[in-house]
Design a protein around this ligand. Structure first.
Ligand SMILES: Cc1ncc(COP(=O)(O)O)c(C=O)c1O
Length: 383
C-alpha cells in the first residue's frame, strides 16, 4: 500500500456550508443597529433541540463540558470532607471538578471489556462521606445506567454522567441524557459536533437542578420584569454564534454518528484476526462512536503500546491518540487528595489503549490502510 498521512484530526465532526451560513448570519446581524452577540435567555432553540435529542426534559448550554461538570458539583453542594467516586480512565476534568470543590477524589475500577466504570467496584468504595458518582460513557459506549440508578435508589447518592463522548449514545435503545441526576456534554472541536470549537451542556430531568445551573452560568441572574441576582454565579455562557451553529450541528448529528459507526464497525472487522489487538466492545447501533480505542494485548508481545504508536507514526504516518493515562498519573495529583486503591484493571488498560484516526469522512480505503499499518507495525516490532 502507498504510504500517506492519516492524521488524528482535531475536528471530530463535519463543519459544512450550513454551519458557516449560520455563523455568518449571526456575525452579519450583529453589525446591524439592534444587533449583538449576546444570547438572550429566550433563545432556546438549540437547548430544546439538544434536550429532545438526548431524551431529557432540560438542556442548559454552557461553554464547555469542564464547566458543565464544575457547575454540577457546585449545584450538588460538593465541599471539603466529601468524597466523589469516578473512573481512572478519563480526561482529567472528570476528576478535578470534584477536587476543585475540596472533595477527595475516589477512583473505582473499570470493567475490563467495556472499559466503563464498574458499578460493583463503585459500591465497594462508597462510604458515609460519598456525595456523588461520576461515570463516563467512555468512547460513546453507554455505562450500565440501570446499575447506577440502583445505587442511587439504595443510597441516595446522585450520579452525574460525563457524557463528553456520548452525544447520541443509547442504552437499551433510548438516549442516556435523562438518566441519573444530570449528564454533561462537550462540543469542543474534537467531539462529534462542535459549537465553533468550544461548548458544552448539562441535561437533566430535574427542573430545579436545571434552573440552578442556568442561574450559576450567568452571574446568578434571574430574568423578569426587573433583573435579579439570586446567587453567586459566573459567566459560563456560549455566544449567540455558537447557539446558531449548535442548531445546524445537532440537525446533522445522527448522520455524523452513522458515518462514524459504519467505519468503526468496519475497523473491528479488519482487526478481528490480529491476535495482538483487543478490539473495542460495543461498536454498532447505540454506540455514540466518538472514539475507536483499540488495545495492544501487552501480555502477548514484548513491545509497548507507545512503541507501536511511534512506529505507526514514523513508518506509516498514521496518527493515534491515547485515551487516557490513569488520571492520578498527572502531576497535579501529587497535591490532590485521592484514593487509587484496587484499580488494577484501569492501570493495565491504560497501558494498552491507543485510539485510531477514524472520523465521519475517513475514506474506507484509509481504514484498510490503517489496519494494514497496524499489522505491519506489529510484525516489525515482533522481530
Ligand atoms: C471524558 C471527557 N470529559 C470532559 C472533557 C472536557 O470537555 P471540554 O473540553 O468541553 O471541557 C473531555 C474533553 O476531551 C472528555 O473527553
Amino acid at each position: 500500500m502507498k504510504i500517506h498521512p492519516v492524521p488524528f484530526k482535531a475536528l471530530g465532526g463535519l463543519y459544512e456550508q450550513d454551519d458557516i451560513k449560520a455563523a455568518m448570519g449571526v456575525i452579519t446581524d450583529a453589525s446591524k443597529p439592534t444587533g449583538s452577540f449576546f444570547p438572550l435567555p429566550e433563545e432556546l432553540d438549540f437547548q430544546n433541540a439538544l434536550a429532545a435529542h438526548e431524551g431529557a426534559s432540560y438542556a442548559v448550554a454552557v461553554n464547555s463540558c469542564g464547566t458543565a461538570l464544575d457547575l454540577c458539583m457546585m449545584t450538588l453542594g460538593i465541599k471539603p470532607g466529601d468524597e466523589v467516586i469516578t473512573t481512572p480512565l478519563t480526561f482529567v476534568c472528570t476528576a478535578t471538578c470534584a477536587a476543585a470543590r475540596g472533595a477527595k477524589v475516589v477512583f473505582a475500577d473499570i470493567d475490563p471489556v467495556t472499559m466503563n466504570l464498574d458499578p460493583e467496584q463503585v459500591r465497594a468504595k462508597i462510604t458515609d462521606r460519598t456525595r456523588a458518582i461520576i461515570p463516563v460513557h467512555y468512547t460513546g459506549l453507554a455505562c450500565d445506567v440501570d446499575a447506577f440508578d440502583k445505587i442511587t435508589g439504595d443510597t441516595d447518592i446522585p450520579v452525574v454522567y460525563d457524557a463528553a463522548h456520548a452525544l447520541g449514545t443509547l442504552y437499551e435503545g433510548k438516549p442516556v441524557g435523562g438518566r441519573g441526576k444530570a449528564s454533561c456534554y462537550s462540543f469542543q472541536s474534537t467531539k462529534n459536533i462542535t459549537t465553533l470549537g468550544e461548548g458544552g451542556a448539562v441535561s437533566t430531568n430535574d427542573g430545579e437542578f436545571a434552573e440552578a445551573i442556568r442561574q450559576k452560568k450567568t452571574f446568578g441572574y434571574v430574568y423578569g420584569p426587573s433583573l435579579r441576582v439570586v446567587t453567586i454565579g459566573f459567566n459560563y455562557r456560549m455566544t449567540k454564534a455558537q447557539y446558531a451553529v449548535g442548531l445546524t450541528q445537532i440537525a446533522k448529528v445522527d448522520r455524523i454518528i452513522a458515518a462514524r459507526q459504519q467505519r468503526m464497525v468496519r475497523m473491528n472487522e479488519l482487526l478481528a484476526n490480529v491476535e495482538e489487538i483487543i478490539c473495542p466492545a460495543g461498536h454498532g447501533p447505540g454506540h455514540g462512536s466518538h472514539l475507536y480505542v483499540a488495545r495492544l494485548a501487552t501480555d502477548k508481545v514484548k513491545f509497548t503500546t507507545a512503541q507501536l504508536r511511534d512506529h505507526l507514526k514514523e513508518a506509516y504516518q498514521v496518527g493515534t491518540g491515547k485515551h487516557y493515562p490513569v488520571v492520578w498519573s498527572w502531576e497535579a495529583f501529587a497535591n490532590i487528595d485521592h484514593d487509587k486503591s484496587n484499580c488494577s484493571v484501569a492501570e493495565k488498560v491504560s497501558q494498552q489503549v491507543f485510539s485510531l484516526p477514524i472520523f465521519p469522512d475517513t475514506p474506507f480505503e484509509d481504514l484498510d490502510y490503517i489496519a494494514w499499518a497496524v499489522r505491519e507495525s506489529i510484525a516489525a516490532l515482533r522481530q
